[in-house]
Design a protein around this ligand. Structure first.
Ligand SMILES: Nc1nc2c(ncn2[C@@H]2O[C@H](COP(=O)(O)OP(=O)(O)O)[C@@H](O)[C@H]2O)c(=O)[nH]1
Ligand SMILES: [Mg+2]
Length: 201
């Protein structure tokens, strides 16, 4: 699939103001600084579509990008930043879980995990929600340029141990904005699920 047009639509702070639309949504989650905005920019071939490296843990909005006038990419607020007070973290949980469980438009959630770091409790929680609500997801191992192939294999093995339902986990994709590795794999997953009829309840 080729991304021909990509535009920022808006930032949502309150789920009651989500776009009234039936377009498919492909969602990116992961802790602050894992590379969500960088990935969105990379697959869209745009430098500044999504803001890179803004103050971690402070942004609590969902950012909507319209692609090819046909579907949305949604950048969820980052999680698991050590200095975030518990109250804000609880707000994050509610926002993200409500979105994931209620939004019918979601086709695939890409769970981003830094290839160098042990998956956190919140990565595990995220995956357990996706399995509970039966949403197909794809694990993306970011910043692949910073580790060896051997270490990447070990990381995939570690992450795979968290996954309980193989049928919902589409793939594990090493990704790097430096080498471009993983870009086409992510686009292929989007294309496949864009053309697949959504599962009936
Ligand atoms: N070396 C390397 N750095 C990356 C990669 N992806 C993101 N970064 C850097 O990681 C930092 C956080 O990225 P950002 O996209 O803002 O993360 P977000 O908070 O998850 O949206 C920035 O300094 C990026 O340049 C990558 O694939 N390789
Ligand atoms: Mg970001």
């Amino acid at each position: 699939m080729k991304i021909q047009s990509a535009e920022f639509i808006n930032s949502i702070y309150d789920l009651r103001t989500l776009p009234k639309s039936v377009l498919s949504e492909f969602v990116f989650v992961g802790r602050s600084n894992v590379g969500k905005s960088s990935l969105v920019n990379k697959i869209c071939n745009k430098k500044n579509l999504a803001k890179i490296g803004s103050v971690p843990g402070k942004t609590k909005q969902l950012n909507y990008f319209l692609i090819n006038e046909k579907f949305y990419l949604v950048d969820l607020p980052g999680y698991g930043y050590a200095k975030v007070p518990e109250q804000i973290r609880a707000g994050w949980r509610k926002l993200v879980e409500d979105y994931i469980s209620e939004r019918q438009n979601v086709r695939v959630v890409f769970v981003l995990i830094d290839a160098r770091n042990e998956p956190t409790y919140l990565d595990e929680l995220m995956i357990s929600w996706l399995e509970y609500y039966e949403i197909p997801y794809c694990v993306v191992l970011t910043k692949a340029d910073k580790i060896s192939k051997n270490k990447m294999d070990k990381q995939i093995y570690r992450v795979a141990k968290i996954v309980k339902l193989d049928n919902l986990c589409i793939d594990y994709i090493p990704f790097s904005i430096i080498s471009g590795e993983g870009k086409f794999e992510v686009l292929d997953v989007i294309e496949e699920y864009l053309n697949k009829p959504p599962k009936e309840d």
